[in-house]
Design a protein around this ligand. Structure first.
Ligand code: 13P
Length: 281
């Protein structure tokens, strides 16, 4: 398969937009993302986390990812999200993934460097891009539960992780969290700017759901080249599912699932526009 995965984020970084990465849990979510990306002529990542990867299996996900890449003319990139396992990252590479994330941000820096280096050494042999994490992306509804600035990326650590591993992109802890926010997130743009000045590789914003569009755009102006969004899509999925199931006996699964697919698509398109990724590829 012809692909240019390590450079898509560098290209976005230089051109001043971000590539959105959408988490999906099944084929219906994946189809919503793929249809929106193709209609908007936008590069996007389709991202499965470890739980989805282990439930459905990397072989199926890898095959779907390759199909999405081919049918989209090379603008849909299959990505493994937040893998804490080096082995799972390697298996994803073997299954044809174009991009993998090794998340050892909860480990001491030396161990993070060690695990990230192991994935980079393997993935780069096959031209697969690697994302690592430094600082903490806060957990589901964790905002408010931490004290001080412990979650914030330390610039010196980011420099070491980038320099000593040769990783392609870095997810940085700057105050965003996975899941819905109880109050508007306090995104530390100053720290983002400092990291961006200190490392040359593209940076990644996690926890996109609930971050105001203007804040996302400010992040993109300051080095963010990939924006991860998941919860918002899943919430629309489940809300529409509940609505469909409440509407009387269904004739077929696709009668229920097609409206769900249609409901997710505009959310994906919105994010493509927030990231400025439309008509880019
Ligand atoms: P949200 O689910 O908060 O949008 O975050 C997604 C994400 O960062 C996946 O890595």
């Amino acid at each position: 398969m012809e692909c240019d995965k390590p450079s898509i984020l560098t290209a976005a970084d230089r051109a001043g937009f971000a590539v959105p990465a959408f988490n999906y849990s099944d084929i219906w979510e994946l189809l919503s993302i793929a249809e929106a990306a193709i209609e908007e002529r936008a590069p996007v990542y389709i991202a499965a986390n470890m739980r989805v990867a282990e439930t459905i299996g990397l072989e199926y996900l890898g095959a779907m990812g390759r199909t999405a890449y081919d049918l989209s003319g090379g603008r849909i990139f299959n990505h493994l999200d937040h893998s804490s396992s080096v082995e799972l990252c390697k298996r994803a590479v073997d299954c044809g993934y174009l991009s993998v994330m090794i998340d050892a941000s909860m480990c001491p820096l030396e161990e993070n460097i060690e695990k990230t280096s192991a994935v980079v050494a393997y993935a780069h042999r096959y031209g697969v891009a690697v994302e690592a994490e430094i600082g903490r992306i806060l957990g589901r509804n964790a905002e408010g539960a931490y004290l001080g600035e412990d979650y914030l990326v330390c610039v010196a650590d980011a420099v070491r992780l980038a320099r000593e591993t040769g990783v392609d992109s870095l997810a940085v802890g700057i105050g965003t969290a996975h899941g819905f926010y109880r109050q508007e997130p306090n995104v530390n743009l100053q720290r983002l700017r400092e990291v961006n000045d200190a490392v040359s590789i593209p940076l990644v914003l996690h926890g996109g759901t609930g971050v105001p569009a203007e804040t996302v755009r400010s992040c993109i102006r300051n080095g963010i080249a990939k924006v991860n969004v998941g919860t918002q899509l899943h919430a629309v999925y489940l809300e529409e599912l509940r609505r469909q199931l409440g509407g009387g006996p269904a004739c077929s699964v696709s009668d229920i699932m097609n409206p769900i697919k249609a409901a997710i698509r505009p959310v994906v398109k919105d994010w493509i526009h927030i990231c400025g990724a439309e008509n880019r590829y």
